[in-house]
Every structure is written in structure tokens, then in C-alpha cells.
Design a protein around this ligand. Sequence first.
Ligand SMILES: *Cc1c(COP(=O)(O)O)cnc(C)c1O
Length: 396
Amino acid sequence: MSNDEGDKKPATRVVTGGRRRALTGLVVNPPVWRASTHLYDTVADLEAGWGKNADGNFFYGRRGGPTQWSLAEALTELEPGAHGTLLYPSGVAAISCALLAVLKPGDVLLMTDNAYDPSRSFAEGFLKNWGVETRYYDPLAGADIAALFCDRTRAILMESPGSLTFEVSDIPAICAAAKAHKGKREIVTLLDNTWATPLFFTALDKGVDITILAATKYVVGHSDVMAGSVTSTKRHWHALRIAAQMLGQVLSPDDAYLAARGLRTMAVRLKAHQAAALDIALWLQDRPEVTSVLHPALPSCPGHDIWKRDFTGSSGLFAFVLKGDWEQARRFVDALDLFGIGYSWGGFESLAVPKSPEEYRSATRWDCDGIVIRLQIGLEDVEDLKADLERGFAAI
Ligand SMILES: *Cc1c(COP(=O)(O)O)cnc(C)c1O
């Protein structure tokens, strides 16, 4: 699980990563290696097997096999400073299991107020019942987050930009504040990096301890597999690995195969998503029906300067505020033909959903003049997508 490909450019690493010959053989794609049981010749071999339940040794199917290890290694190679990557059957599983690996009852978790709503639900449902208290912070807090630290603060869950309202956080400042805190226990920083992926934001070299992807989105890229990943430094690796094993987290080899196939084209797909999304965001900015466009690459986006400093690109998900009420938003979205109405994102197809971000806030207020429409810009022709949006505007 070493990270020795660091000298190659990221676009090269998505192609070459995880393709060690000893792991995947001589074919380009790692074969789908399906197994639960490992057979031993003798009981003595079986006994020796216990000692072999180490990374990269097949012991039992729950720890995965070569197909999953290949994908995990490829993701590790995209994060400078990473020790290893664990795979999960969904992004939500990756987030919950990473939190369970670092928290214990009595701890306080700090969570960004613009977090993905199922992350909030996990905190308010499971974690609360388990005795962990979650406090929410302003995504624009930066180093000021230190004012919220107490003796019980154990972890910070960040997401930047937030995947609904797109404010960009000062991740290096938040991580530096966490490291500088001299409490009873160290504060562990976790980042949901699904929007940028390691191609547009490398997390560990900016101070993050544990970086998480809903691989369902850009890694898979084709809207046909659920998957999640957690990549960490050596310091947190053991706790994450043990928690994943105890909680029975495994990604199937078939899904790992598809995710690895998606990963090979992630750099070119992201480039296309980036260009089309920016083009459409700028076009929307000039529409009379639009109050504002929420896109980290636009100067009007809160945290835009931080995005410029820390990120190497912007992906295909952003939102805009449509003037009017929910009924008009409904008419707008219903009139779209190329944009599907649905959750998730990161696939090749465009999607649109109306959202009410104020429902998912507690530390800050979300106030806007209109309804937030979140767009996932797919790989269709940009002019066709604009014509589709025109249809939506005409319908209101
Ligand atoms: C979709 C998403 C997740 C969860 O991933 P699933 O694979 O759907 O469970 C987590 N974080 C963000 C930002 C997401 O968009």
C-alpha cells in the first residue's frame, strides 16, 4: 500500500494506479476475483492463517481480495501522504464507519453546517443515541473554529464545498487549529472530499487526517454502482481498519471492478464536467430569472478566494437560486427534458433537483430570494443543455 507513484501527474496516476503485476496479473484490468472462503491444506495451515490476516493477504472475503485491493491502492496513490484506503458499500457507510472509528461515547463531534444531510442524520440519529454530541460550525469559520473546542472535542467532519450551497471552507486553517489544540485527546479531522476528488483537492497534504469519498459519484462515474472510500495517514489506519472489519464493511469485487474501470477515465471526465458546468454557471448568472449562482469558481461564492488558493479545479455540481416559489421551481424542473430529476451526481448524465437548504441548518441561517436548484452537469453537449434550461425558464 505504498505511495511511490507520487512523482507522476494525477492524470497519469488514475491510469496506472493499483496495477501492480503481483496484484492484478498481466491483464490491463484486474480480474473480478470472487471469494469468501480461503481453503487450507491442513489445520496447521489454518492456524498459521490467523497470523496472515494482514493487508494484502487473503484470509477471508470480508477483508476483500485482489480486485478490491487494486482499487484501494489506486485511490491511495492519488493522495500524497496516504498510508492506505478502505472501501465501503456506499459513501454513507464510509462516513459513518470513519466516525465510529475515531469517536466514543462522551465525545463531541464538530460538523460543518453545510454538510451532506445524511451526515447530519447520522449525527442526530445514531451518534446522539450512542452518547456523542454533535455541534455545528459555520463553514466559513476557518481558524476561529478553535473557539468551539472543549475537552470533549474529538473530531471535526468537514465538507468543502458543501454539496448543496457550495461555500468553500479554509481546510488548512481548520486542521492547523485542530493540531494546535492541547486538550486531553487529539482532535481528528475528517473531510468529505466527494465534490473535488483528490484530482482537484489533495487533502492529507493540507493537514486532513482522514479523507472520504462517495465513490458512487465521480470515481464510478456511470451511475451504476454504490461505493465509498476512506483514505488516511498511517496514524489513523489501524483504528479505521479494525472498525471496518468489526462492522463487516466490504465492497463486492464486481462493484470494485466497475469502480476501478470508472476511475481510469476520471481525469478526462472531470475536465469535461468542469468546462461545461462553468460555461452553464456563467450563462445562468446573466439570466433575469436567476437571483444568484452558487459555484466555487465564481467570485460571488463565499470562500471563492480559498477555492482559488487550495483547489486545482471545479467539478460538475453547482446550484443556482431561481426567483420565485416552490411551485415555480417545480414547473421549471418538470419542464426539463435532458436533465433527469434525481439524487446522486457524478455520472455522465445531467440531473436537476429543487432543494430547501434552510431545512438542514442549525448554526447558520440560509436565506435567499428564491428556491435553490442543484444541477449536476453531465457529458451532454452544452448547447443542448442550455436549450433544455431555456425550456425550464419558459415554463415558469
Ligand atoms: C452522495 C454523497 C454521499 C453519500 O454517498 P452514497 O454513496 O450515496 O452513500 C456523501 N457525501 C456527499 C457529499 C455526497 O454527495
